[in-house]
Design a protein around this ligand. Sequence first.
Ligand SMILES: CC(=O)/C=C/C=C(C)/C=C/C1=C(C)CCCC1(C)C
Ligand SMILES: CC(/C=C/C=O)=C\C=C\C=O
Ligand SMILES: [Fe+2]
Length: 557
Amino acid sequence: MASLAFSAKLGRCISPSNAMVSDQYESKREGLSFGKGIFARKRDPRDSVVTKVATQAPTVIPSLEKELAGDRNHVAWTSVQQERWEGELAVEGEIPLWLNGTYLRNGPGLWHIGSYNFRHLFDGYATLVRLHFENGRLIAGHRQIESEAYKAAKNNNKLCYREFSEVPKFDNFLAYIGELANLFSGASLTDNANTGVVKLGDGRVVCLTETQKGSIIVDPNTLDTLGKFEYSDSLGGLIHSAHPIVTDTEFLTLLPDLLKPGYLVVRMEPGSNERKVIGRVDCRGGPAPGWVHSFPVTEHYVIVPEMPLRYCAQNLLKAEPTPLYKFEWHPDSKGFMHVMCKASGNIVASVEVPLYVTFHFINAYEEKDEDGRVTAIIADCCEHHADTTILERLRLQNLRAFMGEDVLPDARVGRFIIPLDGSPYGKLEAALDPEEHGKGMDMCSFNPAYLGKKYRYAYACGAQRPCNFPNTLTKIDLFEKKAKNWYEEGAVPSEPFFVARPGATEEDDGVLISMISEKNGDGYALLLDGSTFEEIARAKFPYGLPYGLHGCWVPKK
Ligand SMILES: CC(=O)/C=C/C=C(C)/C=C/C1=C(C)CCCC1(C)C
Ligand SMILES: CC(/C=C/C=O)=C\C=C\C=O
Ligand SMILES: [Fe+2]
């Protein structure tokens, strides 16, 4: 596997490298530090809330000072104002009475330590947001996840662990050697669980990121950090897919192997912390496995993508970010899709496909002939035209620099067609004309009852151009090849998350939940009707929240 599996505690804390401090595009910040920060809020966060549930005196987190024009101060890209808050929101419109439960959304919401500003969207410390729906009412809250990385930064007022693009500074040569050892043992990698949140079949709620140690159990009611989710097996490795497939009966994920390029496909039962190997895929190209931020499944198969954007061990060693961070683009190594039988672990297809770049697979299903035989696998993803520029666009300075120019790279619903008849090649095409969704496409969801099955509707963020980031919500009809779009000027919506109406028989009978960060600093929770895609309710937060990534639904017991 990628490396030795033990993880020692970091015994020391080091400051960000000089080159990072001198990074030209990041602004200087007021010299306030975590915990002791007393930062004047722009306004009383209780405005517009019906009641406020006092939890504890919040630690106020300094936010970016107003400096430059453009979207420098868009709340989507501004650190969350305080560590935690909870209160009931006034609702405009009507929340369906059947919507009872809690929506949780995770994401990187705090991008600085003291006066040091992080560079990339994915570097931020995890902010967990909660929308609790009960009989038409909405109680909201947010709270920082108490990862070791976050606590160490707070206590030491400096970066202590390797984040997506940030590396702590080593003070001298000895410290550098120690830091390399820590890298190989995994001790210096972040546990900042800032990417997703899942509810396991046994009810435990786990926040996740790309590092295995960044699996953190939280209480969905209080947002308390309960502790590490420790994998009890001896599979080792340091990284995994940030998006496991989680159902009431299983947890499936991929463990990339950087030493002998390939992937382990593993499964964990509800109630267990032990992953068991289903099978292994050896890479067909390149010096390292392709980045597997996510992967899809069908009813009987796990689809293992081998993207030409590959992990890069050398880049891991570098203190300075490289253009593609911990990854490298290897077009010569080609792109592949592998299909593994869930029951046997056998690989039933391994095809070369056109080059592709994706973070997020949407869904996949088995295509059958008239006799019911599976002839092909269809796998859909948010595909960036084999262009890695999007990673660069997600640098905070770029996100904050929007001045009206259209700089969001085009994306589409990429549909892989993977034949199961032994042919060596698969196809990749656009599932619909990308103009339907403004050629922006990411942060997708669908009705989870259709996981692995032929499905008709996908929901995602699209684009109304000009823009520098996906700024619409879009409902894609994959049968009619049409999209319906929601847009509000200056709004940055987060992933539309589909919750089905209990007892629904239509695929789109339910609601979409999204959180909107506004240009003027405000923000609100938004509910769209799954079928008409029209707004049914919104509820303003006391202050806008930063952009967030992925969510999950915890139904009322
Ligand atoms: C927020 C998001 O989508 C992705 C976050 C990715 C992270 C935190 C990646 C971290 C990594 C390291 C710190 C070193 C090893 C490689 C890699 C998994 C990219
Ligand atoms: C926010 C994002 C891509 C937007 C592109 O248009 C990707 C997030 C990836 C991590 O979850
Ligand atoms: Fe993701």
